[in-house]
Design a binder for this molecule. Structure first.
Ligand code: HEC
Length: 157
C-alpha cells in the first residue's frame, strides 16, 4: 500500500513538473506567473479560432461564411484581451515571452495595436462573405502573428 502511494506521488510529481516546463508553473501565484498563464490561455484560444479560418482560406476546408465570421469575431475580441497578459512586467520560467517585450514596450504595444486593428478589419470583412477581400485581410493578420513571434517569442527549448 505504502509503496503504491509513494509511486503514485512520484508519478504525479513528475507529471506536474512536465506541465510546468511547458506552460509555466500552475502553482506560481506571483503576478508574473499569473500573467504568463493568462497569455498562454489567450494565445491558445487565438490559435483555436485562427486555425479554421486559415484552412478555409487555403482551401483545406470548405468555406462557411457563418463559421468564418464567428471565428473572426472571437479573434478580434481575443486580440484585445491578449494585451492584458503583458501588463505585468517580466516573465517566468516556462514562458516563451522574451524580456525584450518590456525593454521596448512601446514598440511591442504598437505591434499589438496593429494586430487588434487587423483582426477587427478581418471581422468586418468576414461579414461580406467575399473571399477576394477576406483573404488579404487574413494574410495581414497572419503576418502580425509571424512578425511578433519572430521578435518577441523565444524558440521552444
Ligand atoms: C504582438 C505580439 C503577438 C502577436 C500579434 C501574436 N502573438 Fe502569439 N505569442 C506571442 C508571445 C510573446 C507568445 C509567448 C507567450 C508566453 O509564452 O508567455 C505567444 C504565444 C503563442 C502561442 C503559444 C501559447 C502557449 O500555450 O504557449 C500560440 C499558439 C500563439 N502565440 C498563436 C498566435 C497566433 C495564431 C497569432 C495570430 C493570429 C498570434 N499568436 C499573434 C506574441 C504574439
Amino acid at each position: 500500500m505504502k509503496i503504491t502511494r509513494i509511486l503514485l506521488t512520484i508519478a504525479l510529481t513528475s507529471a506536474v513538473a512536465f506541465t510546468a516546463a511547458a506552460h509555466g508553473d500552475k502553482k506560481d501565484k506571483s503576478p508574473e506567473g499569473q500573467a504568463a498563464k493568462y497569455r498562454h490561455n489567450a494565445f491558445n484560444m487565438i490559435g483555436y479560432h485562427f486555425g479554421p479560418m486559415g484552412d478555409m482560406v487555403k482551401g483545406k476546408a470548405d468555406y462557411n461564411k457563418d463559421a468564418f465570421a464567428k471565428n473572426a469575431d472571437a479573434l478580434a475580441s481575443l486580440a484585445v484581451l491578449a494585451a492584458n497578459g503583458f501588463e505585468v512586467k517580466g516573465t517566468v520560467k516556462g514562458s516563451r515571452a522574451k524580456k525584450k517585450i518590456w525593454e521596448e514596450k512601446e514598440k511591442f504595444n504598437a505591434g499589438m495595436k496593429m494586430f487588434q486593428e487587423n483582426t477587427a478589419a478581418l471581422a468586418t470583412e468576414a461579414k461580406s462573405g467575399d473571399m477576394a477581400t477576406i483573404k488579404p485581410a487574413l494574410l495581414k493578420v497572419a503576418d502580425n502573428c509571424k512578425q511578433c513571434h519572430k521578435s518577441y517569442r523565444a524558440k521552444k527549448d
